[in-house]
Design a protein around this ligand. Structure first.
Ligand code: IFM
Length: 474
């Protein structure tokens, strides 16, 4: 073990509040497998993975880490780590194979069994209703750019709530709508692989509308439940003080953060983002904003890194080419460049910047006060293999988690209402367009045998949970 491991019986150097949720997160398509079992219908990710050139090595989630069959073993692993909460997603096509009409009781039963097993283990279930696996028949009818998809989502959410609402208290509607909208419909790096800036903005709007409609539908059934969405937020900095860099930072912050936060929490789209996107005909109906901004009980924050951006001298935002084809750390740009700031990177090439998490948390508290916050994802992906001793000495991940948890601790000490932390991820899994090449798990999975082996980070995190906080620095 690394030097961060210390005597877990000692009082923590950085204690977290009593009742703080200590969790880990996963998502259905990334772990379940059993793609053709139990009456599950096809999703856009099944289709995308079968499209040549879209996913590294042509891999897919057909088997993934076989969680569908091994969920009891996985819940036992969670218990051994001492998790108090587990965030997972529900596969819409498993529950409602065509995304409309008939529901699949076998699919719903899988989640009933999972939730019951978690509860028996004393682990609070935190389901997310949409983590990117749209039923393919809904995409065939236009997908998220179609308003009808938001209504279908609310219908599905209500059905899941009927089945699990007596056992589940905390509900997340949509996960990372930025990714679903812009990677899915603008840059095409994610399913369904479309490249249409106008459609991606409509997708963003309808994901938000679907969130609001789902909250209404579920809250009507149980107003005591807690509802929210999970957004992927970045700290954003201009590369220099030059006006074009400052403007690039404003644009990227607008598209990445405020395009989602302002409608959800303030009931309006940011004027500057509407101006930047006007040329794509994005004129969301005002009436929808009342639904989108229904009061939520919690906001989930997925945080990984900071964007440092530069603009092109002399080029005004309004005349620049589409911000969407360039608004991804994975895609080059002619008018906004994502520039390295010289920090160490994870195996994904993402810069490690825990102060960015502190910045995001304190900003949320300042600009959207009093909202209970949860880190619903935070973690580090690497290319890893078992070592000769049959374990993974993932000191890099431990350092990443330690630093980010210290940033959370600082924010809490400054009054930020942060109530829980879910690391991404419990298990190594299917990392979307990266296939199985990048591992984010606390637990290593041998994809050939499905054998699970806790990494050093799993033992380290278990110590943090047992201690109720972080160890002293070595
Ligand atoms: O694996 C993903 C997850 O599905 C959504 N958030 C980011 C993770 C790491 O890329």
């Amino acid at each position: 073990m690394t030097s961060l491991q210390d005597d877990t019986s000692a009082a923590p150097a950085a204690p977290f509040p009593t009742g703080f949720r200590w969790g880990a997160a996963t998502a259905a398509y990334q772990i379940e497998g059993a793609a053709g079992e139990g009456g599950r219908g096809p999703s856009i990710w099944d289709t995308f993975c079968r499209t040549p050139g879209k996913v590294l090595n042509g891999e897919n989630g057909d088997v993934a880490v076989d969680h569908y069959h091994r969920f009891r073993e996985d819940v036992a692993l969670m218990s051994s780590l001492g998790l108090t909460a587990y965030r997972f997603s529900i596969s819409w096509p498993r529950v409602q194979p065509t995304g409309a009409g008939t529901f699949n009781s076998e699919g719903v039963d899988f989640y009933r069994r999972l939730v019951d097993t978690l509860l028996e283990a004393g682990i609070e279930p935190w389901p997310t209703l949409y983590h990117w696996d749209l039923p393919q028949p809904l995409e065939d009818k236009g997908g998220w750019p179609e308003r009808e998809t938001a209504h279908r989502f609310a219908e599905y959410a209500a059905h899941v709530h009927d089945a699990l609402g007596d056992r589940v208290r905390h509900w997340t509607t949509v996960n990372e709508p930025w990714c679903a909208a812009f990677l899915g419909y603008a840059s095409g790096e994610h399913a369904p692989g479309r490249r249409d800036a106008a459609a991606s903005l409509l997708a963003a709007h309808h994901l938000l509308l679907g969130h609001g409609l789902a909250v209404d539908a579920m809250r009507a059934k149980n107003p005591d439940n807690k509802f929210g969405a999970a957004v992927n937020l970045y700290a954003v900095s201009p590369a220099t003080d030059a006006p074009e860099d400052v403007d690039a930072a404003r644009r990227i912050d607008g598209l990445q953060n405020r395009l989602f936060l302002d409608p959800l929490l303030l009931g309006r789209y940011p004027d500057d983002v509407l101006a930047d996107t006007e040329r794509f005909g994005f004129t969301p109906p005002d009436a929808d904003l009342a639904v989108i901004s229904r009061p939520i009980d919690q906001l989930g924050i997925n945080y990984y890194s900071r964007h440092t951006v530069a603009g092109t001298p002399g080029e005004a935002a309004q005349t620049a080419s589409s911000p969407f084809s360039t608004h991804s750390p994975w895609v080059g740009s002619d008018h906004v460049r994502f520039v390295p700031a010289g920090r160490p990177v994870t195996g994904m090439g993402w810069e490690i910047d825990e102060r960015g998490l502190h910045e995001v948390l304190t900003r949320l508290h300042r600009e959207y006060p009093s909202l209970p916050l949860y880190i619903t994802e935070n973690g580090a992906g690497y290319d890893e293999t078992l070592d000769g001793a049959g374990t993974v000495q993932d000191a890099g991940r431990i350092a990443y988690l330690d630093a980010h948890l210290r940033a959370c601790h600082d924010a809490i000490s400054e009054g930020v209402p942060l109530n829980g932390y879910f690391t991404w991820s419990l298990l190594d899994n299917f990392e979307w367009a990266w296939g199985y090449s990048k591992r984010f798990g606390l637990v290593h999975v041998d994809y050939a045998t499905q054998r699970r082996v806790p990494k050093d980070s799993a033992r380290w995190y278990a110590g943090v949970i047992r201690r109720g906080g972080l160890p002293g620095r070595a």
